[in-house]
Write a protein that binds this ligand. Structure first.
Ligand code: SF4
Length: 345
């Protein structure tokens, strides 16, 4: 039987109303003293609105225009998604120079710098921009702060595609802050004219620490007009925290280059889950991890299709974890329209 959790969940989640939980599989409680093996399945998990839109954009382009459709960078950071689209005729490239002149190219959900649009135009490429609208929002904030003469402290991970894209909007004005430890070395032109922005997929807690440290150095630091860490990132971290206290092990389905997925493992460990692992596929789960484990937590990153989670549930059931309780901390209803270029082209 599932235990009620509504009292703990009320009010959690970003831009969303709390929802009841459901038991997907109910195992009878045994009378003996053997601990009951179970899975706590976090919700929300998996696809966010921006990933859904980006993947649908490639699928739709393949249907309308036929293969090959070129995609600059991984459309979203998930091995399975990329492999599946490749099988359907998508060709993933690193740069526009690899795309034949005049061909169709799609830009990934992580966003691109203005010079990427320029090189595409110089090669007569037809482009579809699948940048998540929540990343575009950060780009616009960067442009506005730069236009007003601010130096922008961009909190994010060096080398991440989203950070490269946002920085490209105002390279003269943006300084990367890669976590609290890099605050001390930041140099700005005028400490009275600084603002901060962030990558959309960071740890909420670590970002708050970084901002607090920045504010001790720059008391006049200006906040962004609204949260840059997106609703999906926040909700998935809250959902992990919600189940963490009851888990002996927490599995995150996601790819190693997926920032929001990696953050879920970090969040789990930070709030005290004894062990947490990131796996792309069920086949990567090591049964040795189950040693002494009664409750397994399970979630997935924002770029992970649900069938990969179901594969892990099947594997867990095969190891005795057949009882599954979904613990939902927020309901997500956001949807984004497909890029307008799909119609124009
Ligand atoms: Fe957009 Fe957030 Fe999803 Fe990234 S994780 S694609 S910013 S909704």
């Amino acid at each position: 039987m599932c235990k009620g959790r509504e009292d703990h969940r009320a009010g959690l989640g970003v831009g969303a109303a709390p929802e009841y939980h459901g038991c997907m599989v109910d195992a009878p409680v045994s009378a003996d003293s053997v601990p009951r093996k179970r899975v706590l399945l976090a919700a929300p998990r998996g696809y966010c609105a921006g990933v859904d839109r980006a993947v649908q954009t490639v699928e739709s382009a393949l249907e309308r225009f036929g293969a090959p459709v070129y995609v600059r960078k991984e459309i979203v950071h998930n091995k399975h998604v990329v492999q599946t689209l490749e099988e359907r005729g998508a060709v993933f490239v690193e740069e526009n120079e690899e795309v034949p002149e005049g061909s169709l190219v799609i830009f990934s959900a992580h966003g691109v710098a203005p010079d990427v649009h320029e090189t595409a135009a110089s090669r007569n490429l037809r482009t579809i921009d699948a940048t998540c609208p929540l990343v575009t929002k950060v780009h616009k904030e960067a442009v506005r702060f730069a236009d007003e003469g601010y130096d922008i402290l961009l909190i994010g991970h060096e080398g991440h595609e989203e950070v490269i894209g946002t920085t490209g909007e105002a390279p003269e004005h943006i300084k990367l802050v890669d976590g609290p430890d890099s605050v001390d070395s930041i140099e700005v032109r005028d400490p009275a004219k600084v603002a901060w922005l962030s990558q959309t997929t960071l740890s909420v807690d670590e970002t708050q620490q970084t901002v607090a440290k920045l504010k001790t150095r720059f008391p006049l630091l200006l906040d962004p007009p609204s949260d840059d860490i997106c609703y999906a990132t926040q909700n998935r971290q809250i959902a992990v925290k919600q189940i963490a206290g009851d888990c002996d092990l927490l599995l995150v389905v996601g790819s190693k280059n997926s920032s929001n997925s990696v953050r879920l493992v970090e969040v789990a460990l930070e709030v005290g889950v004894p062990a947490s692992y990131l796996v792309d596929f069920a086949s990567e789960v090591d049964p040795a991890w189950f040693e002494g484990v009664t409750t397994v937590g399970l979630t997935s990153g924002a770029s992970v299709p649900e069938n990969l989670v179901q594969d892990v549930l099947e594997l867990l059931a095969a190891h005795g974890y057949a009882e599954v309780e979904e613990v939902r901390s927020a309901q997500e209803k956001l949807l984004f329209a497909l890029p307008h270029e799909l119609k124009r082209l």
